[in-house]
Ligand binder design. Structure first.
Ligand code: HEM
Length: 481
């Protein structure tokens, strides 16, 4: 199989060294892959093979295979300090049972009840943003605070008290550093052994962060459990069984109480932590990339804004799930942003039984690195791939590209379980921001989305922050008149 020179035991040591030491991990990966692209290429270390999958047909074969749902320690192990052993990082029968229990919490009937909460929480970001008028601002932190509160109020159907608010603020401030630490450990084999990693400052920070997150989620889960227990005791006829319209936490706690759920109280706590950790960071990441694009493409911004005005014409209008669904041009803009800037540039799977891809033997134990960003940005699959064109997602152009050349939420049994809520969150952040502000370019010399400098910190990130200038809508209208 094609790939850089590999030596016995130490394998492709120079490439690991480059990944661990060079500033831009994504560029380093691209440089490793490029000479062999689009074929399978390989890295190796300590007799383990890491195979990079770059072709849409091969991605389809892997992602559709129910025997290839195992996530390796590489990348996912280091995440356990924060996401614990929940469905994001777990494998096997526990993953399967917990995933089955969690999935109904993202059905449409449940999400329909969330639109007003999303509106209420997101309206608060306009105040926070107002403090930065006239400056170059990356809205991600403000938006992460918002999605954290939305997550607590929706998935956990919990109110938020002062103590929760303080914990959320502290977590949001720390999250970038923790994500960077986890990424650094993932790509640096010297930090893989626990006995080395546990002696580092990074580990200390991770423990502090994990402790704060656990404290917050524990308090919320305890509150919810007490509330549900009381409800069941008060009412002889308490109908706890209807899971159709229940939030994630209500559903898990109630089903456990009724003996329907094979999960311990500790499992519920862990899964709640996983869902919180998975939900808060990614929608703001996508929304801020989109704001950055809109700042450079007034033509697209105008269309998005016109559509928002059309759906949310009255200031006081209550929001519904259907309103958000009617924003179809915005759907295309989000899809196009996720194509060019996928939150997860790579995802990984561990091969459990010997297999073949493209007539190449892949032994058990191999780690497959699925290059999602590679297919998203490839001219093999997408015409003019570095041009930001939302209309490539028009329904009538649906057949234009290979379905496995666009995988922002992955696909198959381990796809993103939170996708429907993620979609609502991104739309909500955009609606609120664009209704209040017009978006202008930051003074950073960037003039087109193709020039965005991106890196990989587990997830994609905009080097230096996706900064824009926001001007209150009324002020910007007055300036034009
Ligand atoms: C724009 C926002 C989001 C994007 C682009 C996104 C994307 C993804 C991707 C690509 C995966 C596959 C990861 C892998 O295989 O390594 C994934 C998995 C997952 N996502 Fe999301 N996600 C988003 C938001 C959310 C939200 C809001 C939640 C929670 C409500 C969530 C919960 C999860 C979970 C729990 C998994 C693991 C599923 C499993 O392994 O069974 N995600 N997501």
């Amino acid at each position: 199989m094609a790939g850089p020179v590999s030596m016995p035991v130490i394998g492709t040591v120079f490439q690991w060294y480059a990944l661990a030491t060079q500033k831009n991990c994504l560029q380093t990966m691209q440089a490793i892959i490029e000479p062999h692209w689009p074929q399978l290429s390989r890295l190796s270390l300590l007799n383990r093979l890491y195979v990079i999958v770059n072709d849409a047909d091969h991605l389809e074969k892997v992602l559709r295979d129910r025997d290839l749902t195992t996530k390796p320690w590489f990348f996912y192990g280091p995440l356990k300090g924060v996401l614990k052993d929940g469905i994001f990082t777990n494998n096997g029968s526990t993953w399967e049972a917990h995933r089955t229990a969690i999935t109904p919490a993202f059905h449409r009937q449940v999400l329909e009840g969330y639109a007003e909460i999303l509106k209420e929480e997101s309206l608060k970001i306009t105040n926070d943003i107002s403090n930065f008028i006239g400056t170059d601002l990356d809205c991600r932190e403000i938006m992460t605070r918002c999605t954290s509160l939305i997550s607590v109020r929706t998935m956990f159907s919990s109110s938020i008290d002062k103590e929760d608010q303080t914990d959320v603020d502290e977590l949001v401030e720390e999250i970038d550093r923790i994500v960077t630490n986890i990424n650094q450990r993932s790509v640096n084999p010297l930090l893989w052994p626990d006995w080395i990693y546990e002696r580092t400052q990074m580990y200390q920070k991770e423990i502090e962060f994990g402790g704060k997150a656990t404290k917050l989620i524990e308090r919320i889960v305890h509150r919810k459990t007490t509330e549900i227990n009381q409800r069941a005791t008060w009412s002889q006829t308490a109908k706890l069984g209807c899971k159709d319209k229940k939030s994630l936490l209500d559903m898990l706690v109630e089903r456990k109480l009724m003996g329907e759920l094979d999960m311990t109280a500790e499992d519920i706590l862990i899964e709640a932590t996983t869902m919180f950790g998975s939900a808060i960071h990614t929608p703001p990441l996508t929304a801020t990339f989109i704001l950055k694009v809109l700042s450079l493409r007034p033509d697209i911004q105008e269309r998005v804004y016109a559509e928002i005005c059309n759906v949310f014409h009255e200031e006081q209008k209550e929001w519904s799930y259907d309103d958000l669904s009617r924003l179809q041009y915005m759907d295309r803009v989000i899809n196009e942003a996720l194509r060019m800037f996928p939150v997860a540039p790579f995802i990984l799977r561990e091969v459990k039984k010997d297999m073949e891809i493209d007539n190449k033997h892949i032994p058990a134990g191999t780690v497959l690195m699925l290059n999602l960003m590679g297919v998203h940005r490839s001219a093999r699959y997408h015409k003019n791939p570095l041009h930001f064109d939302p209309d490539r997602f028009l329904p009538e152009r649906a057949g234009d590209f290979h379905p496995y050349s666009f995988l922002p939420f992955s696909s198959g049994p381990r796809n993103c379980v939170g996708q429907p809520l993620a979609w609502m969150m991104v739309k909500t952040l955009l609606v609120t921001t664009l209704r209040a502000f017009e978006i202008f370019p930051a003074a950073d010399g960037v003039t087109d989305p193709s020039q965005f400098e991106v890196n990989m910190d587990l997830m994609i990130n905009y080097v230096g922050g996706a900064k824009v200038r926001l001007v209150p809508r009324k002020a910007s209208l007055a300036a034009r008149e």
